[in-house]
Design a protein around this ligand. Structure first.
Ligand SMILES: Cc1cc2nc3c(=O)[nH]c(=O)nc-3n(C[C@H](O)[C@H](O)[C@H](O)COP(=O)(O)OP(=O)(O)OC[C@H]3O[C@@H](n4cnc5c(N)ncnc54)[C@H](O)[C@@H]3O)c2cc1C
Length: 305
């Protein structure tokens, strides 16, 4: 098989698409980083189950949504990436709840809720990730948080077993979610419980939130949103700006002039440029303020030697 050649596994019963040596820069919003050995985009949930049951037990596995909070180092990811976006896309009303699969983007979810006269999901519009990524990160903004509207989730284990879990089974905090009992699994869907609302008011709120975003964020350049979590009682952006780091560059990576907690790819940034700049910001802020900044973005894969 050639590099990046797509293969359809009709013969073995798989209906999705398998890519080899696939540049992850195509799948992450920073548009930078190394290749993944394999990327599998299932046709649907049933297909994903079949794929997992065939996968060797020791194969490293990484679930990826829209890659809006992810950096794959330049040495690449040695394993299989499961691409949820464009794959797990079901979205429907079920017994008064929204059932959405992990690959559904936040903006689609927000609009679906508004169109069904439900309120409390408007904040999803500002998060350019999938439901799976938002569950993994407990993503949130403007006072809303993903897990505050979750009634239960649907997860898939490495072995291909489909399980439902309640929020009580997780430790959930600010941009933090871990399953209390260890299990190798990932999110494939969730049931969301929202209040009755006014569709026009919800649509107006969505419009306002979108305008707020484009006024305050450097959306014209590839980025991954807020790089650092806000320390207790502080704003990472304010600390970074106060340390004079706005505009600081390493290679093609730059601390945004518009929003200091964003690092933008000005063109041709490597994952190392971005990771080194993250490190430099951490060291400078620590030296000047005594505060440790912890990355919100997830960094995976191998460094180049
Ligand atoms: C312009 C911009 C603005 C942003 N604004 C916000 C904001 O306001 N609030 C906020 O919280 N975030 C924000 N983000 C960050 C990002 O959108 C969120 O963290 C989002 O939840 C990531 O979703 P994703 O599908 O892109 O996940 P990915 O980036 O693909 O993955 C992120 C992590 O989640 C894991 N993951 C992905 N899918 C699954 C799954 N199905 N099961 C288990 N684990 C999974 C991945 O392995 C990885 O560790 C912003 C990003 C950008 C680019």
């Amino acid at each position: 098989m050639n590099m990046s050649e797509a293969t359809h596994f009709d013969i073995s019963g798989l209906r999705g698409e398998l890519l080899h040596d696939e540049p992850m820069s195509r799948h992450v919003s920073w548009r930078a980083g190394g290749v993944a050995q394999r990327v599998y985009q299932p046709a649907d949930l049933a297909d994903l189950l079949v794929f997992l049951r065939q996968l060797p037990a020791d194969e490293p596995l990484l679930a990826v949504g829209l890659g809006s909070n992810l950096l794959v180092r330049d040495g690449g990811y040695c394993g299989t990436v499961l691409l949820m976006v464009g794959a797990l896309t079901e979205l429907r009303m079920e017994d008064g709840l929204i059932y959405a699969q992990a690959g559904v983007p936040g903006a689609k979810l927000a609009r679906f809720a508004a169109n069904n006269n439900l309120c409390g999901a408007e904040f999803f519009v500002g998060i350019p990730g999938t439901l799976g990524g938002m569950l993994a990160m407990n993503a949130g903004c403007y006072g809303g948080e993903t897990w505050s509207v979750v009634q239960r989730v649907q997860v898939l284990t490495r072995g291909g077993e489909l399980i439902e879990r309640t929020p009580q089974e997780y430790d959930i905090g600010y941009r933090h979610v871990t399953l209390k009992q260890h299990s190798d699994e990932f999110f494939v869907g969730a049931w969301l419980k929202l209040g009755q609302g006014d569709v026009e008011a919800a649509k107006q709120e969505i419009k306002v939130l979108m305008e707020k975003r484009s006024a305050s964020q450097p959306l014209q350049m590839p980025n991954a949103g807020s790089v650092f979590r806000n320390p207790q009682g502080e704003h990472a952006a304010k600390l970074i700006e106060a340390c004079g780091l706005k505009g600081r560059r390493i290679g093609g990576a730059q601390v945004s002039e518009k929003h200091a907690n964003f690092i933008v790819n000005t063109g041709g940034a490597t994952a190392a440029d971005i990771e080194n700049l993250i490190g430099e910001v951490q060291v400078t802020v620590q030296q000047q303020t005594g505060i440790n900044l912890h990355p919100e973005v997830k960094i995976v894969g191998e460094k180049t030697t």
